[in-house]
Design a protein around this ligand. Structure first.
Ligand SMILES: Cc1cc2nc3c(=O)[nH]c(=O)nc-3n(C[C@H](O)[C@H](O)[C@H](O)COP(=O)(O)OP(=O)(O)OC[C@H]3O[C@@H](n4cnc5c(N)ncnc54)[C@H](O)[C@@H]3O)c2cc1C
Ligand code: SF4
Length: 332
């Protein structure tokens, strides 16, 4: 591993100033992704700015009925928080489906959002990878791509985004709160991660030196039925092959709000807008769910070895929506 300097920031402003003063620096959250990539020589920062002890480690009620979770809240604490479990169950379930108990005790909200792809070519510096080294090619396109994207990818990169938490946050209409040289701003989680296009080296819309300070869970989805389900190779300690987070509000027998996001199938949490639109105003029936999901997945372009992800995503989505739909009372 390349030698690096270590700075511990005492405040948000100090962290951002330290980043500006050390070109090529990286913020350090729990370190569970960054340190692994440094050991593999994929990441080679000259300075680590430790933000894990900033006073961003709590969850606060917002006056409008939403919730704010700080960037340094540990994944296990966020999953276990009573307000998250009660009002945003999809988020709690998504967090608990990720990694292992030990990792969740260390991993932070900010670091989880910015974790890098698990594409094996990205992690192996001897292999071509446009994301790691722009212009070098994509080893996965003609190589091993069983775990790769079926939606929204480009010829430059077919990697998937690995975070479970981000998929739930996208479906719940959460926002990422950022602080940088231009001050504070918020970006919807569903728009925070990028599709690869011509520049797969850019994972997100974050600006150089910006610090994630927290995420905002809106009042609009608080208390609505929501769920997260993940299909994977093993029952635990495995990334999603395909996953689905959904929020479904049904009133007067029709769908009033649907938020659906897929994980494990695209370069970012894939907000299933076509499916959501198709469901608005429809009765929550099996036919309506199938029609909506098929509309969304018509855009899928599976490669040789990952075609299984299309029916898998379909099945998981139908399962989640069916569970969230109110049951018709049995006739008396
Ligand atoms: C074996 C294993 C299995 C895993 N399985 C899963 C899984 O199933 N699902 C899943 O979702 N994840 C999984 N993970 C990934 C794990 O969730 C991430 O490593 C973790 O969430 C990253 O959080 P961290 O705080 O440790 O980030 P770090 O490693 O500290 O940082 C990650 C990135 O975020 C940046 N960063 C950190 N905090 C901030 C901030 N506040 N503002 C701006 N930038 C910041 C860092 O500079 C770095 O680039 C797994 C990891 C391992 C090692
Ligand atoms: S899929 Fe993306 S991350 Fe993987 S090798 Fe290709 S360019 Fe690199």
């Amino acid at each position: 591993m390349k030698p690096f300097a270590y700075v511990r920031a005492g405040s948000v402003e100090e962290a951002v100033d330290a980043h500006a003063a050390h070109p090529g620096a990286r913020y350090l959250g729990g370190g569970t992704n960054l340190m692994d990539l440094m050991k593999l020589d994929v990441e080679r920062p000259g300075t680590l700015i430790d933000v894990s002890r900033l006073p961003l480690d709590d969850v606060r009620e917002l006056p409008d009925g939403g919730l704010w979770a700080g960037a340094t809240v540990r994944n296990s604490d966020l999953a276990a928080h009573p307000a998250v479990r009660d009002r945003y169950p999809a988020l709690s379930q998504a967090l608990l489906s990720g990694a292992s108990g030990q990792l969740r005790n260390v991993a932070t909200t900010g670091g989880n959002l910015l974790q890098r792809t698990r594409c094996p070519y990205f992690q192996d510096v001897t292999k071509p990878c446009n994301k790691r080294e722009p212009g070098s090619g994509c080893g996965a396109l003609e190589g091993v791509h069983r775990d790769h994207a079926v939606l929204g990818y480009s010829e430059r990169c077919i990697a998937t985004h690995p975070s479970d938490m981000a998929v739930a946050l996208a479906a719940l209409d959460a926002e990422v709160e950022l602080y940088g040289a231009d001050g504070k701003r918020k970006v919807p989680v569903a728009e925070f991660h990028r599709l690869p296009g011509e520049h797969p080296e850019r994972d997100t819309e974050i600006r150089p030196g910006e610090l994630i300070t927290g995420v905002v869970l809106p009042a609009a989805t608080a208390g609505l039925p929501s769920a997260y389900r993940k299909a994977r190779d093993r029952a635990s300690y495995a990334f999603a092959l395909a996953s689905v987070a959904a929020v479904l509000e049904v009133a007067d027998g029709v769908v009033h709000r649907a938020g659906i996001a897929f994980g494990g199938v695209a370069h970012r949490p894939w907000r299933a807008r076509r499916a959501e639109e198709a469901l608005l105003g429809a009765a929550p029936t099996a036919d309506a769910f199938e029609h909506a999901v098929d509309l969304e997945l018509a855009a899928a372009r599976p490669l040789g070895d990952n075609a299984y992800k299309v029916p898998l995503t379909r099945g998981v989505t139908l399962d989640v929506l069916t569970r969230l739909a109110p049951r018709t009372p049995a006739p008396v």
